[in-house]
Design a binder for this molecule. Structure first.
Ligand SMILES: Cc1cc2nc3c(=O)[nH]c(=O)nc-3n(C[C@H](O)[C@H](O)[C@H](O)COP(=O)(O)OP(=O)(O)OC[C@H]3O[C@@H](n4cnc5c(N)ncnc54)[C@H](O)[C@@H]3O)c2cc1C
Length: 436
């Protein structure tokens, strides 16, 4: 092993949304940073077929990331369509700081644009194709990483702090035995997806994120993405969404062909990526760090993608950690205070949404009510809620992080919607009677 004694303030393991936005913020504070990313970018991450909203883009503006680069060729999505069997309707994406749209981004392009943005800061360096193979520990404190790249001798890289921005299966968390908190395994879900070309638009009203479910434990999501592609994902209970080993592509295509909502749109389309996915998606927090190390993004907190909040959380936790690291390096606080304040800011922003997402997973994918109650929910009170304009507006505000989840479905709102619903049905009934 060659001994390569570089001195950095922070080495960041992983250079996607959490790692590269953290690096940019630390670069803005003048800290010496090295990002290590084992992939050769641009490249797709292991699994992710995401939508982002203005809530995330606001934070990308703060670090000077160029929307024209990270969303190049990507249509603006202004509505989320519920095309379910019983419940149909649309949620308009509400305005937030001049943006009333989201993007089903191409992660290869998005991640690489953020990586390049971080490198604009003179004190930030990045190495693609380099992995952190191990951590260097001295007297129980992390003081650097052992870095490796194909065909290169291993290197010791020293830093005052090592941050794991290395995703769900974080090496930093594993090596340091990071404790898990708030783990939920009661309602396991799995997801598979692929990108398609030459699919017709969903309708004549522009780009959309279209969700479909029939209350049987799984659902589809189709989103217009970069370069005229459409991503089609299927998510559901892990027991149902369980492709036979080695036959994922055939299993996925059979599912797409079986249901009219996907079969009709994809009939003449061509699948242009292999089918990727994730089994038994983790829902948990980890401890924020320890002596000389910290975790950020999915390495710190991961959850079901049903509400599409993972990238927001990754970029938010990076922002919260950067603020505390800047104060630490400025000598304004000790390391324990840095971790405590980071954890507190990151948790108070992410925890209510985490609980709300878990609840939605249970209700939409694990509803164990008797059939008659499910039917009643779908055909009466569930529909009354979704058809209610106020409720839909609140849902849009919640997904774009403009109101807290508890305010999206407050008791007065729900009661109001359940009173207005039957009245709407009655007025429709009377209209039909008058027509005949
Ligand atoms: C199917 C699916 C759909 C999703 N949909 C959405 C959505 O709609 N909206 C949304 O906001 N979020 C969504 N998410 C979540 C989102 O993808 C994650 O929250 C986000 O990618 C987390 O970013 P990150 O930077 O923390 O980690 P990652 O994106 O996982 O990046 C970690 C990086 O670390 C690198 N790395 C790992 N180990 C090492 C090592 N030892 N050395 C060097 N590099 C290393 C990896 O190569 C990787 O590039 C979805 C996730 C999945 C699985």
């Amino acid at each position: 092993m060659s001994l390569h004694h570089s001195e950095y303030d922070v080495v960041i393991v992983g250079g996607r949304p959490a790692g590269s936005t953290l690096a940019a913020r630390l670069g803005m504070a003048g800290l010496r940073v090295l990002m290590l990313e084992r992939a050769q970018m641009p490249a797709l991450p292991g699994a992710s077929c995401p939508i982002i909203y203005a809530s995330t883009m606001d934070m990308l503006d703060e670090i000077g990331a160029d929307e024209g680069a990270y969303a190049r060729g990507t249509p603006k999505i202004r509505r989320m369509v519920n095309a379910g069997e019983a419940i149909k309707g649309e949620i308009a994406i509400p305005m937030r700081n001049g943006r009333d749209y989201g993007y089903a981004i191409d992660r290869a392009r998005f991640d690489f644009a953020l990586w390049e943005n971080a490198l604009r800061y003179p004190t930030v360096e990045g190495r693609l194709g380099w992995s952190a193979a191990d951590l260097i520990l001295e007297n129980g404190r992390v003081t650097g990483v052992i870095a490796s790249a194909p065909g290169q001798p291993r290197q010791e890289i020293r830093s005052k702090v090592v941050v794991g921005a290395d995703g769900r299966f974080s090496l930093v968390a594993r090596k340091m035995g990071a404790a898990q908190r708030d783990e939920h395994t009661d309602f396991p879900t799995s997801i598979y997806y692929a990108y398609w070309k030459n699919a017709p638009p969903y309708d004549e009203n522009g780009a959309a994120a279209v969700a479909w479910g029939d209350g049987t434990g799984f659902g589809f999501l189709m989103m217009d993405s970069a370069d005229d592609t459409v991503v089609v994902a299927v998510e559901g209970q892990s027991e149902i969404i369980d492709p036979p080993p080695g036959q994922v592509d055939a299993w996925y295509e059979e599912l797409i062909a079986r249901y009219p909502i996907t079969a009709e749109r994809m009939r003449h389309a061509e699948r242009i990526t292999d089918v990727r996915g994730m089994k038994n998606i983790g829902n948990l927090y980890r401890q924020p760090g320890g002596s000389g190390w910290a975790l950020v993004g999915d390495a710190y907190h991961q959850k079901d993608p049903l509400d599409g909040q993972g990238i927001y959380d990754a970029v938010f936790t990076a922002k919260a950690l950067a603020r505390e690291l800047a104060a630490y390096f400025a000598g304004e606080q000790d390391w324990e205070t840095t971790l405590r304040r980071y954890d507190s800011a990151a948790r108070s922003e992410t925890y209510p949404m985490y609980q709300s997402t878990l609840q939605r997973v249970q209700v939409s994918l694990y509803d164990s009510s008797p059939e008659w109650l499910k039917w009643a929910a779908a055909n009466s009170f569930g529909r009354w809620l979704f058809e209610d304009r106020l409720i839909r507006e609140q849902m849009g505000l919640m997904l774009t992080r403009q109101i807290a989840p508890r305010d999206a479905m407050s008791m007065p709102l729900v009661v109001g919607a359940l009173l207005r619903g039957p009245l709407r049905d009655l007025s429709r009934f009377l209209d039909r009677q008058l027509e005949t």
